[in-house]
Write a protein that binds this ligand. Structure first.
Ligand code: THU
Length: 157
């Protein structure tokens, strides 16, 4: 037996002003994307903004349904929309923001396992890292690549 350590670093931002111009624009787009959230059951409004390799921003928001499993998260709404409408453009960065009762959550919402898996596959499809920015009212995080949120990614393509 040989113990191995898995390490990664991520960035913590106390204000959005500390982000690069591009990342700040994406974070703001995630915040505005929350307007498209349809969350009558959870009351948890999530917005996602995805930047493609040509700079285009694609937004998504969570969509809930009376048949609960039919609903979908903000992140997958954005990624599937980009995948369907811009199939040849790499998805390079995704920002996520969430609010409750109209107030941006102080701590960033962290993507669910299903969304991480979908991020992983678009990253593999692109052959380039996709960064992940989690936006919160009191602090935000930036991860350089999806692997940092999903080590030992399942990937069979
Ligand atoms: N949700 C997202 O859209 N993204 C996340 O990262 C976490 C959870 C949604 C799913 C559901 O509509 C609501 O938030 C409550 O879980």
């Amino acid at each position: 037996m040989e113990p191995r350590e898995y390490r990664f670093t991520y960035e913590v931002y106390n204000t959005l002003d500390e982000l690069s111009v591009e990342d700040r624009e994406l974070a703001m787009a995630a915040i505005s994307a929350m307007e498209g959230s349809y969350a009558p059951y959870s009351g948890f409004n999530v917005g996602a903004a995805l930047r493609l390799e040509n700079g285009t921003i694609v937004k998504g928001a969570n969509q809930e349904n009376a048949a609960y499993p039919s609903g979908i998260c903000a992140e997958r709404t954005a990624m599937f929309s980009a995948g369907a409408n811009y199939p040849d453009l790499a998805q390079r960065s995704i920002a996520v923001a969430a609010s409750q009762n109209g107030i941006l959550c102080a701590s960033p919402a962290s993507p669910c396992g299903a969304c991480r898996q979908v991020m992983a596959q678009y990253q593999t499809k692109a052959g380039k890292p996709m960064s992940v920015i989690l936006v919160g009212g009191e602090r935000s995080y930036k991860f350089a690549r999806v692997d940092d949120l999903l080590p030992f990614i399942f990937d069979n393509i």
